[in-house]
Design a protein around this ligand. Structure first.
Ligand code: PLP
Length: 380
């Protein structure tokens, strides 16, 4: 028999897997499952980006690239970050196969055995797993009492962090709540980070998907440039989940250290995918169209839920919202899929029991169908 490391024994398989397994089983039996559990846009990748990928293959961009990624793409990313007010040269950027890999490398570089990692709950599931795989101890701050907003919970954050805190992860717009943190909230984060010398990851993968608000990049705040690592990717804004393309930008010393992990693990992101990424950064209309569609769906879901007397914290970005459900959210989600054939993700997977995450990256027709079924089966 094999003996496994603490590193892997410490983490659980993804909680969404249990729900997908149930959904697959039901579908195999012929059931029509409304899947509101997925974390990806339901749109195809824009045609111009697909063409750029094909052209890059035809042009022979099929070999290894420099580990950090092709210079043109890092320059284009630096320009994009400059538009957001962040000052990074190509040497401060590493292109990764997805933002997930970026986060993994940063956390591996910064978090060691017993180091404290602070999360704002509910938090995207993989932060916890990555911190634990690195040997970190988690400190969690619950935002559920403040409609998932950070500003009213700054006192709780202040009480949770200390000089012992190595890393804080901030994700705005948030998966799973869709919350966009106010400037005052980010300034509060800055004050604590400076006071306790905390490094902060700003996961901005949903930054391009917002509804009438402009999220501020944490790294633009005074005092944050040398302690913030900005993470972003192409999966969500450009509907490129399967292409696996993301990046991080931060202080050179961090980029050098994480770059060692990068070069000894993935080598680089895929060559022709990086070229497609260059085209993606030039794409505007398709992004606007998708965002407008998400906004219309958000409005639809919020309105329908109001008809059923369900009050939700209205998301200002991303394509998720948290639905208040029974205390036993796991049982609620299993029941909802078995009885109503509607797949959602239990809030406890994100550290916040009593909720279910709905993804509204589904057509309006399917969203209506799903909510109707949940209501009919007594889940709303
Ligand atoms: N960060 C957040 C908050 C996410 O929701 C996701 C994907 O679900 C990722 C990072 C990783 O995205 P990718 O690896 O596809 O770039």
């Amino acid at each position: 028999t094999m003996e496994f490391t603490d590193r892997v024994n410490r983490v659980e398989p993804s909680a969404t897997l249990a729900i997908s397994a149930l959904a697959t089983e039901l579908e195999a039996d012929g059931a029509d499952v409304v899947d509101l559990s997925v974390g990806e846009p339901d749109f195809p990748t824009p045609e111009n980006i697909i063409e750029a990928g094909k052209d890059a293959m035809d042009a022979g961009h099929t070999g290894y690239t420099t580990s950090a990624g092709i210079l043109e793409l890092r320059e284009a990313i630096a320009d994009k970050l400059a538009d957001d007010g962040l000052d990074h040269g190509p040497e401060n950027i590493i292109v990764t196969p997805g933002a997930k890999q970026a986060l993994y490398e940063i956390i591996q570089a910064l978090v060691g055995e017993g180091d404290e990692v602070a999360l704002l709950d509910p938090a995207w599931v993989s932060y916890e797993a990555m911190a634990k795989m690195a040997g970190g101890d988690l400190t969690r701050v619950d935002l559920s009492e403040s409609d998932f907003q950070l500003e009213p919970a700054l006192d709780d954050l202040a009480a949770a962090v200390s000089d012992e805190t190595e890393l804080l992860i901030v994700n705005s717009p948030s998966n799973p709540t869709g919350a966009v943190y106010s400037d005052a909230a980010l300034e509060g984060v800055r004050d604590l980070a400076v006071e306790h010398d905390i490094t902060v990851i700003s996961d901005e993968i949903y930054k391009e998907i917002t509804y009438g608000v402009e999220p501020t990049s944490l790294g633009t705040l005074e005092g944050m440039a040398d302690r913030t690592i900005t993470v972003n990717g192409f999966s969500k804004a450009y509907s490129m989940t399967g292409w696996r393309l993301g990046y991080f930008a931060g202080p050179e010393e961090l980029v050098d250290q994480a770059g060692k992990l990068h070069s000894h693990s993935v080598s680089s992101a895929v060559n022709f995918v990086q070229h497609a990424g260059l085209e993606a950064l030039e794409t505007e209309d398709a992004v606007t169209e998708m965002t407008e569609a998400f906004e219309a769906r958000r409005d639809l879901v919020v309105d329908l839920l109001a008809e059923y007397d369900v009050d939700v914290a209205v998301p200002e970005g991303a394509f998720y919202m948290m639905l208040p459900v029974d205390d036993d959210d796991q049982a609620w989600c299993e029941g909802a899929i078995e009885d109503a054939h509607v797949a959602t993700v239990p809030g406890s997977a994100f550290g916040t029991p009593g909720y279910a995450r709905i993804s509204y990256a589904a057509s309006e027709e399917r969203l209506e169908e799903g909510l109707e079924r949940l209501a009919e089966e007594g889940y709303l």
